[in-house]
Design a binder for this molecule. Structure first.
Ligand SMILES: N[C@@H](CCC(=O)N[C@@H](CS)C(=O)NCC(=O)O)C(=O)O
Length: 257
């Protein structure tokens, strides 16, 4: 069978899928898209993914979209090295965590990411007219981009709310390790929630926000150290996939916030 992944190096949603592929030892064909040139908004790509976002998995010609759906799909079609708990209760806990991950930390991470890197990188130097025209072409998140604005970025209240949500996520990881005995979020077995939380926490660390957990959440800090030591981490985060490394102009000397 052929598995093709349309993705972007530094997209956290793409990183979720790349970690899963690496954990399961699956071979795949890479199609790397570049947002700057609008590769994700071409008519051909929109046929695969009408949302105009990455990632998209194409399995023997059939597209599968949505990063959480993709990792679950991969775990189903490659049941070896399963990343899904064996018990009904374990699966219920996994699903609840997956919903939380989608609803809380995934959108929260976008706020500091766009404020610090993607807005100044892609939009600040566009004319207002070009920015508005670009926003009009986006199938999802027109409102997100309008709220951000080309120049202003998200305001303090929105940033504080996002950082609060990441802090809550870190506290919940810490508590889950205590409740289930670790070393992973759901206990003894590494699972899809460890996979999908990793790029979100890595992005926050990369942006300089590790202070949100590292001073007083030792279980969470230990979890993240174990995550980074897994071989899948370096495979998924190949050179150029951390924004600090790719766009150092938006970082001041690697200091924590
Ligand atoms: N719910 C989707 C979200 C995908 C998504 O937002 N992808 C971002 C990169 S992480 C993207 O393609 N953004 C394009 C843009 O901002 O124009 C998923 O999990 O696959």
């Amino acid at each position: 069978m052929t598995l093709e992944l349309y993705h972007s190096g530094h997209s956290t949603c793409s990183q979720k899928v790349r970690i899963c592929l690496a954990e399961k030892g699956i071979d795949w064909v890479s199609h790397e898209l570049h947002f700057a040139t609008g590769d994700h908004l071409t008519p051909d790509y929109l046929k695969l993914n009408p949302n105009g976002v990455v990632p998209t998995l194409v399995h023997d010609g059939e597209p599968v979209i949505e990063s959480s759906v993709i990792v679950e799909y991969l775990d189903e079609i490659y049941p070896d090295r399963s990343l899904t708990p064996r018990t009904a209760l374990g699966r219920a806990r996994l699903r609840a965590w997956m919903r939380y991950m989608e609803e809380v930390p995934t959108p929260a991470v976008r706020v500091p990411s766009f404020n610090q890197v993607f807005r100044p990188l892609r939009y600040e130097n566009m004319s207002e007219e070009d920015f508005q025209a670009r926003v009009e072409t986006l199938p999802l998140r027109k409102a997100f981009y309008r709220r951000m604005g080309r120049i202003e970025g998200f305001g303090e209240a929105e940033l504080d709310n996002a950082l609060g949500q990441i802090r809550q996520t870190a506290e919940r990881i810490n508590q889950a390790i205590l409740d289930h005995g670790g070393p992973w979020v759901l206990g003894a077995d590494y699972s899809l929630i460890d996979v999908t939380l990793t790029p979100l926490i890595q992005r926050m660390a990369d942006l300089g926000y590790a202070k949100l957990w590292q001073d007083d959440l030792p279980e969470m800090t230990g979890w993240f150290a174990r995550i980074r030591a897994r071989p899948s981490f370096d495979i998924a985060f190949y050179p150029g996939t951390n924004v600090s490394e790719k766009y150092p102009q938006f970082f001041d000397s690697g200091e924590s916030k």
